[in-house]
Design a protein. Structure first.
Lengths: 320, 50
């Protein structure tokens, strides 16, 4: 980047859209979807307005932790192609402003959840924000290759928060949904990191392909997939998932395993890293298998949760 | 922070946009607090010692 363009970017005023970008709206939409699924799966009466407020609090809490992440990780983000145009590293928003936004929205979302909905949901939301902003961002991300495995808990908790908001409790079924996202995260994220590892290497982030190599990462992806697929069938045993869920989890699980097997047998992450674009999907041929698993993992999780939603909302028959 | 008296048209436009977004956010929050209060009170507001 030339000196002129750097200076002109530094002078560019922050727009309201920049502050929205600090909240990572795309991640927020996934959080809303999984939290809403947890809330509907709870099958407990909640006033529609309070349900909407609970979802809003979860979304704002997720956004707040994203803003805290962007404040703390501005140095890393500036070095990575995928993240260098974010508002803080690009110089449009000051780090202190991102911090202030994150703190204020964290407090507002947790306290409003406590007052409007219940303390269990508020407590789980507070824990999620703390876990993502402090445990993952400030500690794990820079110190261990297991960063996204443990840190993935923060992204996995929204269904339990949604469930707790509706029912006032978080039973086994709620934690099954959490466990599914938790075990889905490593194969999903490592598949992506197999073809973006040069970015992490440049930024000094100890992602698994950087620390242990591509072959070890491909093996870990397959092992986690072996754990994930049977786990995704477990809701059928507890009655949380019905016939539609069984079909989706079994067929999707089989495809997931095939794709993970192909990644294991591939050279993904080994090939010379030549890429001149900013996209996540336009990758070198050697990483095609990793890209396919990454793309399918998103579809698989979406279909799993969508089938639980459909069974509850359309009142599809269960298996019992 | 830019001095409002000396800011460019681009800066002023960005500031106005930020202020409007903040105002709308605050308005939404106030309306939500009001509605949540009404919902949480529910029929209890009529069932109190006078």
């Amino acid at each position: 980047m030339s000196m002129t363009s750097t200076l002109s970017q530094a002078r560019a005023p922050a727009t309201w859209q920049d502050y929205v970008r600090l909240l990572k709206p795309r991640v927020m939409s996934l959080v809303i979807f999984t939290a809403f699924t947890g809330m509907i799966a709870a099958d407990a009466p909640i006033h529609p307005l309070l349900g909407a407020v609970a979802i809003l609090c979860i979304a704002v809490g997720a956004g707040a932790s994203a803003a805290l992440n962007m404040w703390y990780d501005a140095d890393i983000d500036a070095k990575m192609r995928r993240t260098r145009s974010r508002p803080v590293p690009a110089g449009r928003v000051q780090g202190s402003d991102a911090l202030a936004l994150g703190v204020v929205l964290s407090l507002l979302s947790v306290l409003f959840m406590a007052v409007a909905v219940n303390w269990l949901a508020a407590g789980l939301l507070a824990f999620t924000i703390f876990f993502y902003a402090v445990v993952y961002t400030m500690w794990l991300k820079r110190s261990t290759a297991q960063n996204i495995v443990i840190g993935g808990l923060a992204g996995a908790l929204p269904p339990a928060i949604g469930w707790a908001a509706a029912a006032g409790s978080a039973p086994l079924d709620a934690w099954l949904l959490v466990a599914i996202i938790f075990f889905w995260t490593p194969p999903h994220f490592w598949a992506l990191s197999l073809y973006t590892s040069e970015d992490y290497e440049k930024a000094g982030v100890p992602m698994l392909p950087v620390v242990a190599g591509a072959a070890a990462t491909r093996k870990q992806i397959f092992l986690y997939s072996l754990l994930l697929v049977p786990l995704c069938l477990a809701p059928v045993l507890t009655g949380l998932g019905g016939a539609l869920y069984l079909a989706v989890s079994a067929l999707g699980g089989a495809v997931f395993l095939v794709l993970a097997w192909r990644v294991l047998r591939s050279k993904a992450g080994d090939a010379p890293k030549v890429r001149n674009d900013d996209g996540l999907y336009d990758v070198k041929a050697g990483a095609k298998d990793a890209r396919n698993l990454f793309a399918f993992s998103i579809l698989y999780l979406t279909l799993l949760f969508a089938s639980i939603l459909a069974e509850r909302l359309v009142q599809l028959p269960g298996l019992a | 922070m830019t001095d409002p008296a000396n800011e460019s048209e681009r800066d002023a436009k960005a500031r106005r946009g930020r202020n409007i977004a903040l105002a709308l956010g605050l308005l939404l929050f106030v309306v939500l607090v009001f509605l949540v209060t009404i919902v949480r009170l529910g029929a209890n507001v009529l069932d109190r010692p006078l």
